[in-house]
Design a protein around this ligand. Structure first.
Ligand SMILES: [Zn+2]
Length: 92
């Protein structure tokens, strides 16, 4: 399943386009520039991600959206990926 893993890797790295960035900026304007998980501010090495609670990035309902630190988002994504039985985020 080498091709499958490569596809997932590239979508994680570059799957968020301009529309997603605009939505993230809008959420920050509405809710404030902080992490909804821990309440902390974004850091240069740990910016805020736009997280989709149900894992469906096409579900743009406000209730499905959370601003959270990239680190926390990555941990969640790693957990979700672990469900699929592949080594999650190795080497990052
Ligand atoms: Zn946080």
């Amino acid at each position: 399943m080498r091709a499958y893993n490569e596809r997932r890797g590239s979508s994680t790295a570059q799957g968020y386009g301009a529309e997603h960035q605009a939505l993230r900026a809008q959420l920050i304007a509405e809710r404030g520039n902080f992490c909804e998980d821990c309440g902390g501010s974004p850091m240069p090495a740990n910016p805020l991600d736009l997280d989709h609670l149900d894992g469906n990035k096409f579900n743009r309902s406000r209730a499905n959206l959370r601003l959270r630190h990239h680190d926390e988002h990555s941990r969640k994504t790693a957990l979700l990926d672990g469900r699929w039985g592949k080594p999650a985020l190795v080497g990052r």
